[in-house]
Design a protein around this ligand. Structure first.
Ligand code: NOJ
Length: 763
């Protein structure tokens, strides 16, 4: 989407003598095959393989093909159709060694069919649904000739000011790690070499979510224990699940940019974790080493990056320009280049491209007549996954579900916002194909619909913010602004509300507000919309807020004003239908928050699994010297793991099979879950453990397992969790991963706060 600079993309490299005319036929022995190929490659051809370029609409295709045919480009991203990529692969097949290109894209939460944003997927706590969304995304992307995605994004995000919170799976190490593995398996299917799979490259390695102050691209400073314990496991989980690639983060880590970080890429990733795949820089990151202040110039930047282990440079010309000179002067060695080239070729081999460069491009006669054809979408799947990702935050007096016979006023700037429904990083999704809330509700109501719509407010009344959002979102101004005075919009909505039985207000953020480079200092709903909510509240009509946003918001006022609040994040192509399903009770909401909602921005960080402290907050008289902010209630607005249902669930006390656990033994923790309400429904039973005393301070609790359970009205079920020593291990001060004998608290709950507790001793 970004406007891309052409300058310096094309490096003309003098050709060297040809060592061999033809590739040997692809062979089953990968290492031998690649070594053989590398023996035939000139230095220029090798360096060409290390260049990953972005294909912008304005780029001269003929010139790109020439460069490819000359062996000067290894892969592209942002070219996303078969007919676009076929001529480039043809050009590669005209190159001396016929090394295939690969085609990459940010397939983050769907490709043509857009699924809910990752934070929403995480809210489903439904691994099958998440897998399904990733599998379909891979199939659609592969059908469009793509070979690799820059996903999953598994950065732990504990600071909702960070706009990319939307792109990750939340704050919890265990949950994000589980999803990381699932997403990799979904993208890669039966193997990254399958025609309907794409290779996963996990990002952003590492710790990108911990940028200071939640300000994008900022520095990260973190203790090794915190890294190992909290932030690194999701990347590791993705790699253990077989991710073929890693995208290296833009941030620095303890003073060293990730892109130049030998410890990160050599010692940790490759040596300690045994990663054998492709390491790609992020966009322009090698060049940014100059700005970071660790490289004097482009030459030094290229040297640092290749030495640190960046195999492919994304969209800068530095490898092409500088590596030959660096090699000649002895500042880098041939093995530095060869190691990188080997990884690129190995990745292409693993994508199945040496066997068939057209594996995903297919034959021209099989190209879809219409790339955007409805028949290519997976609407039913998207609707089902989206319904599972919605979180019911409030529901006073059973305001929801709504009666279809009711007269409903639908208001708010997000009620008819197809582009926002898709969320950011919407890959090849088309706004015209996404179902807005207005569409979804109208369809659900059918011919009898008594729905009245009024816009009510603009996303923001702040011109500067509007300009920023519209500048950021490149192709066309995507935040539409109604030029009428704010009061006129509000009056119109109030009139609609007064005539209605119930008001549904679709409010929150435009998708660009929760995106790359979209950090915020406030977490509230923009003022223009808060004014609308206030006016709606004043009508006295039951008020349902349908929130659309890509990060936790601070909703103190809204919690009081609204009768019901449904958190819908950005729900994707079928969002409007999915939300309507929940609003009208055709689907009983079951989502749970994968991230804590703070009361105010000043409370951040509010993640639930913080370390124990010496003076934990204890309610009491003022000035009791316990840890708190004295000007507000201590604790979150909505805790991690929280979410309501249209039915009621109760949990019995917990039974533990023993009060002691041997190192090789097992413990059973069980509760009886009962659906005490009148509707069938699903909920998530969550297991937390606290290591009460350790050699270093341990978190107050940590999620260790969960189960999504469906119960009919009145049904009961005993839910069992097995606890072993593995669940109790952590990284100690020496970074050894081990459990320590002593007391542990086990908690089971339907959120992270309201839990049943028992204790046992690890012997
Ligand atoms: C920059 C982003 O940080 C990264 O996540 C993305 O994959 C690349 N741009 C390519 O679009």
């Amino acid at each position: 989407m970004k406007k891309l600079c052409l300058l310096g993309l094309f490096v003309s490299l003098a050709s060297q003598s040809v060592l061999a005319d033809n590739l040997p036929a692809p062979i089953e022995n990968k290492d031998a095959f690649i070594s053989n190929l590398m023996k035939q490659m000139t230095l220029e051809e090798k360096i060409g393989q290390l260049r990953l370029i972005s294909i912008g609409p304005e780029m001269p295709r003929e010139m790109i093909r020439k460069e490819i045919a000359a062996g000067n480009i290894g892969g592209t991203f942002n070219s996303i159709t078969r007919d676009e990529n076929r001529p480039m692969q043809d050009a590669a097949m005209r190159s001396r060694l016929k090394i295939p290109m690969f085609f990459a894209y940010d397939v983050i939460h769907g490709h043509r069919t857009i699924f809910p944003i990752p934070l929403a997927l995480a809210s489903s706590w439904d691994m099958d649904a998440i897998y399904h969304s990733g599998r379909i995304a891979a199939q659609e992307a592969a059908a469009d000739s793509l070979d690799i995605t820059f996903a999953p994004m598994v950065d732990i995000s504990r600071d909702p000011r960070w706009g990319r919170t939307s792109e990750g799976f939340g704050e919890d190490t265990y949950l994000v790690s589980r999803i990381a593995g699932v997403m990799v398996k979904a993208f890669q299917g039966n193997g990254a070499n399958a025609a309907d799979s794409i290779m996963a490259s996990v990002k952003h390695f590492a710790l990108y979510g911990a940028v200071e102050g939640g300000r994008d691209y900022n520095t990260v400073d973190m203790s090794p224990v915190k890294m190992y314990q909290d932030y690194l496991p999701p990347y590791r989980a993705a790699i253990d699940a077989g991710a073929g690639g890693v995208m290296v983060a833009l941030n620095s880590i303890n003073g060293v940019p990730a892109t130049a970080n030998t410890w990160l890429m050599h010692d940790l990733l490759r040596k300690e974790w045994g990663f054998k795949g492709l390491a790609v820089s992020d966009h322009g990151a090698i060049f940014e080493l100059i700005k970071h202040g660790v490289a004097r110039d482009g030459r030094e930047a290229a040297k640092l990056a290749i030495k640190a282990g960046i195999d492919m440079s994304m969209n800068d010309s530095l490898y092409g320009k500088e590596l030959p000179g660096l090699l000649k002067s002895g500042e880098i060695e041939q093995s530095d280049i060869d190691n990188a080239v080997r990884e690129v070729l190995a990745a292409k081999y693993d994508m199945g491209l040496f066997k068939d460069p057209y594996l995903r491009i297919g034959k021209a006669e099989d190209d879809p007549a219409d790339t955007y054809a409805e028949s290519r979408l997976h609407r039913a799947d998207a609707r089902d996954v989206a319904r599972r990702s919605l979180v019911l935050l409030e529901n006073r007096n059973q305001t929801l579900p709504l009666k279809k016979s009711a007269k409903i006023a639908l208001v708010g700037p997000l009620a008819k916002a197809p582009i926002d429904m898709m969320g950011s990083w919407a890959a090849a999704g088309r706004p015209a194909q996404s179902v807005t809330l207005f569409d979804g509700m109208t369809r659900a109501l059918g011919a009898e619909s008594k729905l009245v719509y009024a816009r009510g407010a603009n996303i923001t009344g702040d011109k500067k913010v509007l300009d920023y959002l519209n500048f950021l979102n490149f192709d066309a101004p995507e935040v539409v602004d109604d030029p009428r005075p704010a009061q006129v919009l509000i009056d119109e909505a109030v009139k609609a509300a007064k005539d209605a039985d119930v008001v549904v207000a679709a409010v929150g953020e435009s998708r660009g507000m929760s995106h790359e480079s979209s950090s915020r200092t406030e977490l509230n709903i923009p003022a223009s919309q808060r004014e609308l909510i206030k006016a709606l509240k004043a009508t006295g009509k039951p008020l349902v807020l349908v929130l659309m946003n890509g990060r936790p918001l601070s909703l103190l006022e809204e919690q009081q004003q609204a009768d019901a609040i449904l958190e819908t994040w950005f729900s994707g192509t079928e969002g409007g239908n999915a939300i309507a399903d929940v609003l009208f009770g055709d689907y009983n909401p079951s989502g749970k928050l994968p991230i804590t909602f703070p009361r105010s921005v000043g409370q951040i960080p509010t993640y639930y699994n913080h370390l124990s402290i010496g003076r934990p907050f204890t309610p009491g008289k003022p000035g009791n010297y316990t840890s708190q902010y004295f000007d507000d209630i201590t604790g979150p607005l909505y805790p991690f793991g929280y979410g309501l249902s249209y039915t009621e669930f109760s949990l019995s006390d917990m039974a533990l099979s023993s009060t002691t656990l041997n190192k090789t033994g097992k413990l059973d923790a069980s509760v009886t879950l009962e659906n005490t309400g009148k509707r069938d429904g699903e909920t998530v039973v969550q297991l937390y453990i606290q290591d009460v005393t350790g050699s270093i301070i341990r978190p107050v609790k940590e999620l260790k397992n969960f189960r999504k359970v469906m119960l009919k009205a009145g049904e009961k079920k005993v839910i069992h969790f097995t606890i072993t020593e593995d669940d109790l291990k952590f990284f100690n001060a020496q970074l050894q991963y081990a459990a320590e004998p002593g007391k542990f608290n086990v908690q089971i709950g339907l959120d992270s706060q309201d839990v049943k507790q028992q204790s046992f001793e690890l012997l």
